[in-house]
Design a protein around this ligand. Structure first.
Ligand code: SAM
Length: 269
């Protein structure tokens, strides 16, 4: 991105946000983050970054609003049907048939929509095979945004989160009302944790990593580091599923076979 007069002001703003709240804005794509800061500045009627920075000092609650906008935690159950068809029909049957413990990780899980979508598919697959038990399957959702994680644990969703959910799944697994409440046992199948994937390698090994629509917000070196971490976390034969517009970094291609180029599904060698 060409240098502008605002560069120093944004750098100072992101350094301050990192100091106060630990969010490392310098590792994300700048154009996108700046646009989002602009959204908050307009909402507060401000036009200068210096004034907005001063506002953060006088009204620290603005940090919460800003981080909500910066982390872009929008998700839906079963978003991109074709990807979920591939996960349900091509990946899960083999993983679940292994007869060994299986760990499925939704990295950047937002309010849990993806992690619970996985749990529904796992449950239905095991039920279809006459295996009612999910003991050997761990599903972990992680995110950097504590508020999203709280929503995930509450397992209550607005209508819009279900707009891509097949009707029969909705009928079976949600109690509808002013909010849509996910039923047990799906709710209890997923564990949520706060993990900043730019900072920490989680303390588990995974058979499937679902990381969609997070890497696009990171700059290339940060993406590369996350991919290296995924290579380390994935067990041989495990799968990595990215978002539709995300690409495997060149540096890690040698560690993967392409399973489905369109759905961005890769298998660890
Ligand atoms: C656009 S949402 C994607 C949600 C879901 N994966 C999907 O595709 O529907 C991106 C999520 O990544 C999370 N996120 C951003 N930076 C992160 C980081 N460094 N570590 C962990 N999660 C992060 C955000 O908080 C947000 O919930």
């Amino acid at each position: 991105m060409p240098a502008t007069g605002d560069d120093a002001a944004y750098a100072a703003l992101f350094a301050k946000i990192e100091r106060e709240r630990g969010f490392r804005g310098n590792l994300y794509r700048q154009k996108c983050l700046r646009r989002r800061v602009g959204v908050r500045m307009r909402a507060r009627g401000l036009t200068s970054i210096a004034d907005y920075s001063a506002l953060l000092d006088s009204d620290p609650a603005e940090y919460d609003w800003l981080l909500r906008v910066l982390t872009i935690n929008v998700s839906k159950f079963f978003r991109n049907k074709e990807t979920w068809d591939a996960i349900g029909n091509e990946l899960l049957p083999g993983l679940l048939a292994r007869g060994e413990p299986v760990l499925l990780w939704s990295a950047g899980s937002a309010a849990g929509e993806e992690a619970y979508s996985l749990a529904i598919l796992v449950w239905e697959r095991l039920a279809a095979c006459g295996r009612g038990k999910v003991n050997g399957v761990r599903i972990i959702g992680t995110d950097i945004d504590e508020e999203s994680l709280e929503l995930a644990r509450s397992a209550e969703y607005p209508e819009v989160a279900l707009s891509e959910t097949p009707e029969e799944i909705r009928q079976r697994w949600f109690v509808s009302g002013p909010v849509n409440r996910l039923k047990d046992p799906i709710r209890t199948m997923v564990e949520f944790r706060n993990v900043d994937i730019l900072e920490n390698r989680p303390d588990f090994e995974a058979d499937l990593i679902l990381c969609r629509n997070l890497l696009i917000y990171l700059d290339r070196p940060a993406q590369g580091r996350v991919f290296e971490m995924f290579v380390d976390v994935l067990r041989p034969g495990g799968y990595l599923v990215l978002g539709r517009v995300e690409m495997l970094a060149r540096e890690v291609k040698e560690h993967f076979d392409v399973v489905d180029a369109r759905e961005r599904i890769y298998q660890r060698r």
